[in-house]
Design a binder for this molecule. Structure first.
Ligand code: F6R
Length: 243
C-alpha cells in the first residue's frame, strides 16, 4: 500500500483529484468507481476546477457509484444520485447516460442488484475506485460483519443510521430503511483503489483497518489484500498509524 500524507483536507482533496485525473488522462474512457459522503466533496470540487480550466475531459468517462438508498428517487435531495449530480456530474462534460448509481426506485432487490452487477460487468469493471471510510470501518454500505464475497446486494440500515437520517425527512415513514450497495467482492475487483480520509475522528479506524487483523468486523481491513491501494489522508487522519 502506498500512503500519501497531506497537511489538511484541501491538500488531501488535491492529491486524490490528481490520481483520478491521471487515470482519466491515461485512459479517457476509464471506469471510475465513485463515493458519496463528506470526504470526496473536495476531490470533486478540484476535478471540476481542472475541467473548467480545460485540463480534463470527461466526455468518454464512465462512472459506477457505490450505493443508493432503496426507495429514493433521483430527484430526492437525500439520494446519492442527486448528490453526484450536484457535486460533480452537472459541472463537467460527462454523459449522464455513462454515470451509474443503483436504482433506488427498483422495489425488487434481486432485480436491482442483478441489473447493477450486469452494468458493472458490461462496463468491464472498475479501473479506479475512490473510497471513503466509515467510523466503524464500513466501505460502501458494507457494515461490520458483511461477507467479503458479496457483489451488489440490499442491506438493512442500522437503527442508528435510520435515526441519524430522520432529520432530513418530514416523516419517519419516508426515511429509507434499506440501501443497495456494491459488495466487498466488487470493490476488491477494482484495478486500483484510492482511500481518502480526513480528520482526527478517522485516525483510530485508519490504524485498525490498515494495520490491524483482516476481519469482516472491520470491512475496510480487506483492502490490505488488494495489490494496488493508495491511502490519501491528512495528518490528523494518519496520526495513529505506526511509524
Ligand atoms: C458513500 C459511502 C460511505 C462513505 C463513508 C464515509 O458512498 O459509501 O461508505 O464513504 O460513510 O463517509 P464520510 O466521507 O461522510 O465520512
Amino acid at each position: 500500500m502506498k500512503i500519501i500524507k497531506t497537511t489538511d483536507y484541501y491538500h488531501m482533496s488535491r492529491m486524490a483529484a490528481n490520481i483520478l485525473s491521471a487515470q482519466v488522462i491515461i485512459k479517457p474512457d476509464c471506469v471510475l468507481g465513485l463515493a458519496t459522503g463528506s470526504t470526496p466533496i473536495g476531490t470533486y470540487e478540484q476535478l471540476i476546477r481542472w475541467y473548467e480550466k480545460g485540463d480534463l475531459d470527461f466526455s468518454q468517462v464512465r462512472t459506477i457509484n457505490l450505493d443508493e438508498y432503496k426507495g429514493l428517487s433521483p430527484e430526492n435531495d437525500q439520494s446519492y444520485r442527486y448528490f453526484m449530480n450536484e457535486h460533480l456530474f452537472r459541472h463537467i462534460n460527462i454523459n449522464l447516460d455513462h454515470t451509474h448509481v443503483p436504482n433506488g426506485l427498483e422495489s425488487d432487490p434481486v432485480k436491482a442488484c442483478e441489473d447493477y452487477n450486469r452494468i458493472i460487468r458490461e462496463n468491464g469493471g472498475v479501473d479506479l475506485q475512490l473510497l471513503g471510510l466509515g467510523l466503524n470501518g464500513h466501505i460502501g454500505f458494507n457494515e461490520p460483519g458483511a461477507a467479503f464475497e458479496k457483489e451488489t446486494h440490499c442491506v438493512d440500515l442500522t437503527q442508528s443510521t435510520i435515526d441519524a437520517n430522520s432529520r432530513f425527512f418530514d416523516h419517519m415513514d419516508l426515511v429509507p430503511k434499506q440501501a443497495y450497495t456494491v459488495g466487498i467482492k466488487t470493490i476488491m475487483q477494482a484495478k486500483k483503489i484510492v482511500v481518502i480520509a480526513s480528520g482526527e475522528n478517522k485516525a483510530d479506524i485508519i490504524a485498525k483497518a490498515f494495520w490491524g487483523p483482516i476481519t469482516p468486523s472491520v470491512p475496510a481491513s480487506v483492502l490490505q489484500l488488494h495489490n494496488d491501494v493508495v491511502l490519501v489522508g491528512d495528518e490528523a487522519a494518519l496520526s495513529k498509524i505506526p511509524e
